[in-house]
Design a protein around this ligand. Structure first.
Ligand code: FE
Length: 197
């Protein structure tokens, strides 16, 4: 008996492959193009893009103004953009306001800026509790906010995606833009964490 039998594929993968092969057979899609798109999201797109945007906004006040006015146009200045995001609304955290992003309906997310959403972002627990009890949920996720801080929750839809501009942490005055970008995490741009040094 084979000691290492091949692992069974999850049903989602089997179904996706079946649908893909049917669409290829019907001439609706091209396999090579599908592979290219998957590779693009797996290898080239990720939260590092968003981190570059945040770091630039921290060091360049004019860029920050443009980013808050028109998120997509400002991201395009850094070469970021693509499908799945028609309008990007950037919301800024401060000492008195904390923003967090959710998609209550499904999993809308700024793919070209942050890459593929984490599994918990798509969970029904996150999607419902972020609206009902954001403070408690954030606390459970490791972010305890002072009661005086106002929490604003933004519900993404397919037309409008949100990006949180986290607060620049204290003690980073001498950091370069590149060093700052390395501090920015995906979770801080969803609004479930702060950027720390
Ligand atoms: Fe959605």
């Amino acid at each position: 008996m084979d000691k290492n039998p091949p692992k069974e594929k999850p049903w989602q993968a089997v179904r996706t492959e079946a649908v893909e092969s049917l669409l290829v057979e019907l001439g609706v899609i091209d396999s090579a193009r599908v592979d290219e798109i998957v590779r693009h999201y797996e290898e080239k797109v990720g939260p590092k893009g968003g981190a570059r945007v945040v770091a630039r906004a921290w060091v360049d006040p004019d860029f920050k103004q443009r980013l808050l006015a028109d998120g997509l146009a400002a991201c395009a200045e850094l070469g970021l953009g693509g499908p799945e995001t028609e309008k990007l609304h950037v919301v800024e955290n401060s000492a008195t306001v904390h923003n967090a992003v959710v998609c209550t309906l499904c999993s809308c997310y700024p793919w070209p800026i942050l890459g593929v959403p984490p599994a918990w972002y798509k969970s029904s627990a996150y999607r419902s509790r972020m609206v009902r009890e954001p403070r408690a949920l954030l606390g459970e996720m490791g972010l305890t906010l002072d009661p005086s801080v106002e929490v604003r929750v933004w519900d993404s839809v397919s037309e409008i995606r949100y990006l949180v501009l986290p607060e620049r942490p204290a003690g980073t005055e001498s950091c370069s833009e590149e060093q700052l970008a390395a501090l920015v995490t995906r979770d801080s741009m969803i609004g479930v964490a702060k950027v720390t040094v």
